[in-house]
Every structure is written in C-alpha cells, then in structure tokens.
Design a protein. Structure first.
Length: 337
C-alpha cells in the first residue's frame, strides 16, 4: 500500500487508486427505514462504491430550543432500525461510512461493522469527538469545509493515523467559483493523507453532473455527492442532491474523466474483457451454495476487471458466496468462500 493509502473493507483509498464515489444520503430517508433501504439500492445501481449515513441523536446534538431540533428528531432512526439499515448496506457490497455525531452513534455503527467513520465540518474543532471516532480503528474522513490550515492540522493530529480530509464549500448550493478544485492536489501533498471532495453544487444544475468528474481529474481520492430518491421532497440535503438517474450519469462522467487523465491504467491495472465473464443470474445470498443454474455468461464493462471466464465455472460451482452477489454482478474469486 502506498503512503497515505487507506483500506475500506476490500477497497483501497488513496494514491494510485481509482477515485472512490460515495453516495451521501443525508436525511433523505426522512426517518423511514424503508426509504433508507431504497437509497442503498439506488446507490448500488447508480454505480457508487460506498454510501454515507449521518447518524445522530437530535437531543445530544441540539439544545432544546434550537430551531433545527424538531426537524432532525423527525429524521432519526432508532437503534433497531439502524442495525437493519447498516446490515443491508454491508450486504450490498458497498463500503459503508457512518457520519457519527455522538459516542452512542459511533458505538452502534462500529458494532454494525461499518468500514469508515466521518466527522462533519462543524466538528472540526471538537478534538474529543475526533479522537473517539478514530479510536474505533476505522478510517476517519474529517470534514474540513473551508477551514483554516491550523485547525485542519490540529484535527488531523487529534485523529492520528488512518485519517483522510474531505473538503468542499460548507454550504449548499455552492457556485463553481467556490469549489477551488485546484487545491485538492496541494492538500494531499501537504498533509500526506487521502483528500476527498464533498460536492455542494446545485443538484438541479447540469454542472452538478460535471463537478465530481472535475474533482477526480484534479486528483480527488474520493468524491461524495448527495443522493435523494426525489428532489421534490424538500429537506436539509435536497439542494445538492441528485436523483438516481442523474447520480448514475455523474458516475459515468467521473469514470470518463479518470480515463481522460491518461494514467487510468497505472492507477487501476485491469485486464480488458475480450470475452464473457461469469455473472450471477439472480441474487445469490451470503453463504448460499452456488449451482450452475445460478450462473450466466455475459460480456462485462471493459473498464473493470474481467472476473472469471466461462471455462472457469468449475471453480465457482459448489462453493458458497462470501457475501451477497447481486444479479448481473461479475463473480470474482474474493466473493467466494
């Protein structure tokens, strides 16, 4: 692993790796666990690599008369609901990031096996919380917004090893002039940690599809963009959110931007898919024994590793799935027990 790289489950984040795309769902679920489950599916189908959930208890975050407290209370999920949602997120194969605002949420997320934690930019000057999140032993994305350099350094010191910076204008929607994408590479070089971009551009604008791609072209190690099933359903995170079909288009543009840089092959070595690969005919559950009827052979996206060839079906049949395998997902050795 190169200097500054982090491990999120089966994925590597940082220098020499493809840009990780994270769907930030905010409170788009409105406190309804079924909507949260639909957002997980939308993130997976939209081409995201990971999904980020803010986890909080409004009573611990806001004083009693704070004007936003009632709104956040309505968007809370119970501990039982969070366990169900996080289990489904882990089962989807996405990297799961918990943006935890308090110790109880951190403990709940850690017990659920999330892959990383995230600190909101408003907690950049809360070293006790940063240390508590870092103590969970997972990568920690530190939201830095447009904070001053000394405060960023203090936050990184409090978090210790395993930290990454997440930058971007703190308020949405933001204008193109506020993005300062040229700063991404210099921040990574200065702090020697992975640097991500949280895109706050207006989700209803054409530029919202392009801004994450530009961030990747400027060296962002990961990009977060808000995802909502319906932008017409107003909420705290609606301004910058993309609906599922636009999120998919945004990811496609980002991957094209990576290839246009001219170093995509060196960042993510891949074997071109010259023939068919083994893919799942339907959903294969975790631990399920795989039969020949569960497999089909199709040509897959040449941008990604081909996976096992049809002639290697004997290496798959009879083995058990190490994790849920989605319909039409390319089957690889690391998915099998």
């Amino acid at each position: 692993m190169k200097a500054g790289a982090l491990s999120l489950g089966s994925r590597l984040l940082g220098e020499g790796q493809p840009c990780l795309v994270v769907a930030h769902v905010g409170t788009a679920h409105g406190g309804e666990p079924d909507l949260a489950l639909r957002l997980i599916e939308a993130a997976f189908q939209g081409g995201a690599d990971g999904i980020a959930f803010p986890m909080f208890r409004a009573s611990d975050l806001f004083a009693r008369r704070h004007p936003q407290r009632k709104e956040l209370e309505a968007a809370e999920l119970s501990a039982r609901e969070w366990r169900k949602v996080l289990q489904a997120a882990k089962g989807s194969g996405l990297a799961v990031v918990a943006e935890a605002y308090d110790a109880a949420s951190r403990d709940l997320a850690a017990d659920a096996g999330v892959d990383a934690f995230q600190a909101h930019p408003t907690d950049l000057d809360h070293p006790e919380l940063l240390r508590a999140l870092a103590a969970a032993g997972r990568p920690l994305f530190i939201g830095a917004g447009g904070a001053d350099e000394p405060l960023v350094r203090e936050a990184l010191a409090a978090a210790g090893a395993g930290a990454a910076l997440l930058v971007g204008p703190p308020l949405a929607p933001a204008s193109a002039e506020e993005l300062r994408l040229a700063d991404l590479a210099s921040l990574r070089e200065r702090h020697r940690v992975p640097v991500g971009f949280l895109d706050p551009t207006d989700g209803g604008s054409a530029f919202a599809l392009l801004a994450p791609a530009l961030a990747a072209a400027h060296g962002a190690d990961f990009v977060e963009k808000s995802l909502a099933l319906d932008r017409a359903r107003k909420g705290r995170d609606a301004a910058a959110a993309l609906p599922p079909e636009d999120f998919y288009r945004m990811v496609e543009l980002l991957r094209q931007a990576e290839r246009a840089r001219g170093d995509a092959d060196s960042r993510a070595p891949r074997t071109p898919a010259r023939g068919r690969s083994i893919v799942a005919a339907g959903l294969i559950g975790r631990g399920e024994a795989i039969t020949g009827e569960m497999l089909v052979f199709k040509r897959t996206d040449e941008r990604f590793e081909r996976g096992l060839a049809p002639v290697e079906a004997h290496k798959v049949i009879g083995r058990r799935a190490a994790r849920p395998i989605q319909a039409d997902e390319t089957i690889r050795e690391d998915m099998l027990e």
